[in-house]
Design a protein around this ligand. Structure first.
Ligand code: TYD
Length: 131
């Protein structure tokens, strides 16, 4: 299971989730991006990274994520702001079934670099077979 339920802190003022590098996620955070305003039936992701590790949290709304390590696939539903999903390097990820209000936040250990993407699934499988 790649998902983790984070501790929800809070009081009568509201809730709070804290995520710290090395404590709650297994890497140093170098980049944060988020996806929102997604269209119905339009998947996102559909790529792998050579080196980048990611951590996904639907901080609002919900979506599904399928992770594929080249041998097996597993689908996760992210529907709470305290659920995190770790996506390791060299794992193919597809995000889909976004609710209209979904804000999917992604923490990453490396800065954006198009050269770190594998966007063709056949290439991904070929590279996995040669690992
Ligand atoms: P893309 O990787 O296609 O999005 P997704 O994987 O969510 O479907 O990225 C969309 C655009 O945003 C593309 O032009 C690259 C750019 N981008 C950045 O500039 N920095 C980033 O950190 C990310 C993730 C994307």
């Amino acid at each position: 299971m790649n998902t983790k339920n984070h501790n929800v802190m809070g009081d009568e003022r509201g809730k709070l989730v804290a995520i710290e590098s090395g404590i709650h996620i297994p890497f140093e955070i170098k980049r944060v991006f988020y996806i929102y305003g997604t269209q119905p039936n339009v998947p996102r992701g559909q790529h792998s990274h050579y080196k980048t590790k990611q951590y996904l949290i639907a901080v609002n709304g919900s979506c599904k994520v399928t992770l594929d390590n080249g041998q097996s696939k597993e689908t996760y539903k992210l529907n709470q702001p305290y659920i995190g999903l770790f996506q390791d390097a060299m794992v193919w990820g597809t995000m889909y079934d976004f609710s209209a209000d979904c804000v999917l936040m992604v923490l990453a250990d490396l800065c954006y670099n198009e050269a770190d993407y594998i966007r063709n699934y056949e290439d991904f499988i070929r590279i996995k077979c040669n690992e």
